[in-house]
Design a protein around this ligand. Structure first.
Ligand code: PGA
Length: 261
């Protein structure tokens, strides 16, 4: 973990919790999580809960992220919400989550367009990348990461790049897919590869400034092991973020680690 970059602990609530339940969880998180200067806690509730939560939350404690949004700013795109519409509500936008790529057919180019839209609207993208089990078994991990990174980061300036976050989430490790626990040394290789790709595209400084998260079945017991991997700046947490005890314990583990370092 790089001490110059703030650690991010982000909770992806996926399609769980209605507005009332989201608000209750937020309340519990307020009670159980302290403000830590070096740690950003980001909550990604459903689109429906973003606005009520943005009015309720203590902005010193939590930031908000959308789980997705459309890349056009406005128009006849029935059913969609744009980053432009979310601009005042969220600081981050998750883009290209494997659920979007796999269930909703999101292509590399769509992810790229969404990244550009987020940047244009002043929202920091959390770009999810990662290989499926099949791709991993076929020895294609690096190729997949290369394609996902180079496409997602097209047409950005090195300044833009410094504000983005990349989340390495091997699909096979995500609880909603296979949920296999990834070994930290496997994760380390992919994280190093991601930073190398960014260095080749945008130079050393950008590759050092970008924050890279790990995601995939992270819980309060194993988060420390992932946060200790060189080049990892935080975690994207799904299932465990729906339980306030677990999520608070994850934030606390990140805090303890910063204290120690
Ligand atoms: P998980 O989800 O922690 O439940 O595996 C992570 C994610 O999908 O972002």
């Amino acid at each position: 973990m790089n001490q110059d970059r703030k650690t991010i602990i982000a909770g992806n609530w996926k399609m769980h919790l209605n507005v009332h339940q989201s608000s209750l969880l937020l309340h519990r998180l307020h009670e159980n999580i302290r403000v830590h200067r070096d740690i950003e806690v980001v909550l990604a509730p459903s689109m429906l809960s973003l606005q009520p939560l943005s009015l309720e939350l203590d902005h010193r404690k939590f930031k908000l992220a959308s789980q997705d949004a459309y890349f056009k700013d406005e128009g006849g795109y029935t059913g969609e919400v744009s980053f432009a519409m979310l601009g005042e509500m969220v600081q981050y936008g998750i883009i290209g989550h494997s659920a979007r790529r796999i269930y909703f057919g999101e292509t590399l180019e769509m992810v790229r367009d969404k990244v550009q839209a987020a940047v244009r609207c002043g929202i920091a993208p959390i770009i999810c990348v990662g290989e499926t089990k099949q791709e991993r078994d076929a020895g294609e991990t690096k190729q997949v990461l290369h394609d996902q990174i180079t496409t997602a980061l097209q047409n950005l300036t090195s300044r833009d790049i410094e504000g983005i976050v990349v989340a390495y989430e091997p699909v096979w490790a995500i609880s909603t897919f296979d949920g296999v626990i990834a070994r930290p040394d496997d994760v380390e290789k992919s994280i190093a590869f991601i930073r190398m790709q960014i260095r080749e595209l945008y130079g050393q400084k950008a590759s050092e400034r970008v924050r890279v998260l790990y995601g995939g079945s992270v819980n309060e017991h194993d988060v420390r092991g992932y946060l200790e991997i060189p080049g990892v700046d935080g975690a994207l947490v799904g299932a465990a973020s729906l339980n306030y005890h677990q999520f608070a314990a994850i934030v606390d583990a990140a805090y303890q680690l910063r204290l120690k370092a």
